[in-house]
Design a protein. Structure first.
Length: 267
C-alpha cells in the first residue's frame, strides 16, 4: 500500500473528469432505465469509439478537433439510426441496439487489425485513461456537459422528441468515452440509476450524484494505493456504493412499514 500515491495533482484531474461525466450521465441514466433500453450507452459509446478509430486509421492527429468531429458525427449517425429503428420497430429496439453494438465493436477490431498498437488502442477505448486527462480535455468536457445540462433542464431535448434524446445521449457519451472508456460510461449511466430506481424527482438525482461521486473518489484512491487499473476499480466501487445506498434506503422504509403494521394491529 503506497500512501504517497494519494497525490491530488495526479488524482484530482481524474476526479474532476468523473464528476463532469456524472453531471450528464446521472439524469440520462434514469431516462435510459425508465425507457428500458439499457444497452444504448454501450452501443453509442462503441460507435463514438469507432469514429475515433476510423479517424486514427485515416492518419488524423491524435486528440485533435478532427478526431473529436469524427467521434461526434459517428455517434450522431448512430443516434439517427436508433431514432429510425425505434419508430419502425419499437418492440425490437433493445435487440437492435445490441446488434448495433456488436457491429460497431467488430468494425473497430477490423480497423485495428493491421495496427501494431491495436491492442493498446482497444484497451484505452474500453477502460479509458482517466488518470491521464489534460486541462484541454477537461475544458471540452465541461463545455459539452454545461450545454447538455442546459438543454435537458430547459426542455430543449424533450421538444426534439426521439432524436432529441438520442442526440443528447450521443454527444454526452462522445464527450466522455475518450476520457473514461466504454466500461465507465456504462457504469456511470446505469449503476446510480439502478440504485435509485425506487426514488422519484430531485431526490433520485441527488442520491445518484452522491453514489457516483463517492464511487469515483474511492475508486481513484484505491487504485492509487494498490497500483491497480483505475477504470476497473472505479466500476467496482460504484457498484459497492450503489449496494450500500440500496441498503440505507430500504432500512428506513422497512422500519416505517413495520411501525405502520404495528399501529394497525394495535387499533
Amino acid at each position: 500500500m503506497n500512501w504517497s500515491a494519494l497525490d491530488w495533482s495526479i488524482l484530482g484531474p481524474g476526479l474532476i473528469a468523473g464528476l463532469l461525466v456524472l453531471l450528464t450521465h446521472v439524469p440520462l441514466g434514469t431516462q435510459v432505465l425508465d425507457r428500458g433500453i439499457v444497452f444504448i450507452d454501450l452501443a453509442i459509446a462503441q460507435i463514438a469509439g469507432l469514429g475515433v478509430i476510423a479517424a486514427d486509421a485515416l492518419g488524423l492527429p491524435d486528440g485533435g478537433m478532427a478526431v473529436q468531429a469524427a467521434a461526434v458525427c459517428a455517434a450522431l449517425l448512430g443516434a439517427l439510426l436508433l431514432t429510425w429503428t425505434e419508430r419502425r420497430a419499437p418492440h425490437q429496439q433493445e435487440a437492435l441496439i445490441g446488434v448495433l453494438f456488436i457491429l460497431a465493436a467488430c468494425a473497430g477490431i477490423l480497423l485495428l487489425a493491421g495496427n501494431p498498437h491495436g491492442g493498446e488502442h482497444l484497451k484505452d477505448l474500453l477502460v479509458g485513461q482517466i488518470l491521464w486527462v489534460n486541462p484541454s480535455q477537461l475544458v471540452w468536457l465541461a463545455a459539452a456537459s454545461a450545454l447538455l445540462c442546459a438543454a435537458i433542464w430547459l426542455g430543449w431535448v424533450k421538444r426534439l422528441g426521439r432524436f432529441g434524446f438520442y442526440g443528447a445521449f450521443a454527444i454526452a457519451v462522445t464527450a466522455s468515452v475518450q476520457l473514461v472508456g466504454v466500461y465507465l460510461v456504462f457504469s456511470s449511466l446505469i449503476i446510480p440509476a439502478l440504485a435509485t430506481r425506487t426514488l422519484r424527482g430531485r431526490s433520485r438525482l441527488v442520491v445518484g450524484y452522491v453514489i457516483g461521486a463517492l464511487g469515483y473518489a474511492l475508486g481513484l484512491a484505491l487504485s492509487a494505493l494498490f497500483d491497480l487499473p483505475s477504470g476497473a476499480v472505479i466500476v467496482w466501487t460504484l457498484a459497492a456504493c450503489a449496494l450500500a445506498s440500496v441498503g440505507l434506503v430500504r432500512a428506513p422504509a422497512s422500519g416505517l412499514a413495520s411501525s405502520e403494521v404495528g399501529h394497525e394491529q394495535a387499533t
